[in-house]
Ligand binder design. Structure first.
Ligand code: ATP
Ligand code: MG
Length: 366
């Protein structure tokens, strides 16, 4: 997938902007607060129908303007198509167009432009709690596997219902009669979640490790270890086997769940451990190492998306160069040789020999 050009009018701090891009690396250079991240946000909006720093559309419109317009020509699956969005400051709903044809929903634009974004918040994936890491797996899998997305939605609904039944058991003891039914369906959907996550993570880990090794000049070995319900011996086994092991766990935790009034059994606590040269990253990784691993994960996610869909997503890297030593900076700038990449950075002297440098000042191209 390649974004050939971008046109912005009244988007964030861009009154009027137009630029052609390289199909390789696009280095977006400028001082702080000039609009570098805003540019990535515009691309993200066209790709996903939502910006990544805000949910409020009004914030995306140039202060005082009535509307914002974004459009880009994208080449994917052998076709050239134009994505266009118009956002209104008044209460009118936004309008989306695909090659000039108005579309009623964002889903109609799906598959034209896919982006993988790295933003500084993604560093938290490796440093913070399990929820962030589950989200990384869930977000990728929900896009790639509709069956997974349905299973996850159902699992979350069942979890909420079962948790409510356990929580209210003193006032409404009859609710406990529903537990066997919830458990049965949670074991069925849970087995789909576990087997899909485990297989995806196995591939992701392999690819991320290769990227991380190249990135670090061969000195660091990244490993990712899936952690799920303790009775599951082989998470990549057929779902039926995992289902039986989930039932076993539910049975042995039945009393504990009723006593603690909490749902203790199931893949909603899943996690994966990341280790560098066998040391857990959470406790031992340096800032540069964490950044290296987080970017390697994104590169791997992009590879897997390509394997599944046949097209390499556009890579958006916001503020990745800081904290990296010259060797690792060179990797980002010059050695990600497949597909289109956008990289924002503040330093003027950074160079890439496989693309284009775009200088931004106060929402303008200079
Ligand atoms: P940094 O190097 O610090 O990350 P940046 O170049 O990435 O900076 P952006 O976040 O892209 O900066 O742009 C921030 C600027 O855009 C801010 O000064 C902000 O006030 C301005 N801005 C954001 N939204 C709007 C808007 N709706 N209208 C006008 N200006 C806006
Ligand atoms: Mg920025």
């Amino acid at each position: 997938m390649v974004i050939q050009n971008l046109f912005l009018q009244g988007f964030r701090n861009y009154e009027n902007f137009q630029c052609d891009f390289s199909s390789g690396v696009n280095l977006i250079v400028g001082q702080n607060a000039q609009g570098k991240t805003n540019l990535l946000e515009a691309i993200c909006y066209l790709s996903r129908g939502a910006a990544f720093r805000t949910r409020k559309e009004a914030e995306l419109i140039y202060f005082g303007a009535d509307f914002a317009e974004l459009s880009a020509v994208v080449r994917s699956y052998g076709r050239e198509q134009t994505l266009r969005a118009v956002l209104f400051a008044s209460r009118r709903p936004r309008q989306l167009f695909l090659s000039g044809v108005k579309k009623s929903s964002r889903e109609d634009m799906d598959g034209v432009l896919h982006t993988v974004l790295f933003c500084p918040e993604d560093l938290m994936v490796l440093k913070k709690g399990a929820a962030e890491r589950r989200k990384l797996l869930d977000d990728a899998l929900c896009q790639l596997r509709p069956k997974y997305a349905r299973a996850l939605e159902e699992y979350k609904r069942l979890l909420a219902q079962k948790s409510a039944a356990l929580r209210d058991r003193i006032d409404h003891p009859k609710m406990l009669e529903l537990l066997p039914d919830y458990n049965e369906r949670m074991a069925q959907t849970g087995a789909i979640l576990i087997t899909t996550r485990a297989k995806y993570l196995r591939h992701l880990a392999e690819l991320a490790a290769a990227h991380h090794a190249a990135f670090s000049g061969g000195s660091e070995r990244l490993r990712l270890n899936y952690q799920t319900v303790s009775t599951v011996t082989e998470p990549t086994a057929p779902a039926l086997e995992v289902y039986a092991q989930l039932k076993e766990h539910q049975q042995s935790h039945y009393r504990a769940e009723v006593e603690s009034m909490q749902c203790l059994s199931g893949p909603h606590k899943d996690d994966f451990e990341a280790a560098l040269n066998d040391l857990p990253m959470k406790a031992f990784a340096s800032q540069g190492q964490t950044r290296t691993a987080a970017i390697s994960l994104k590169l791997a996610e992009r590879d897997l998306f390509e394997t599944d869909t046949g097209e390499l997503p556009v890579l958006l890297l916001d503020d990745v160069l800081s904290e990296l030593d010259p060797g690792r900076q060179d990797f980002v700038l010059n050695r990600i040789r497949n597909g289109q990449v956008f990289i924002t950075c503040c330093e003027q002297d950074k160079v890439t020999d496989i693309g284009k440098t775009i200088h931004i000042q106060q929402g303008r191209l200079v």
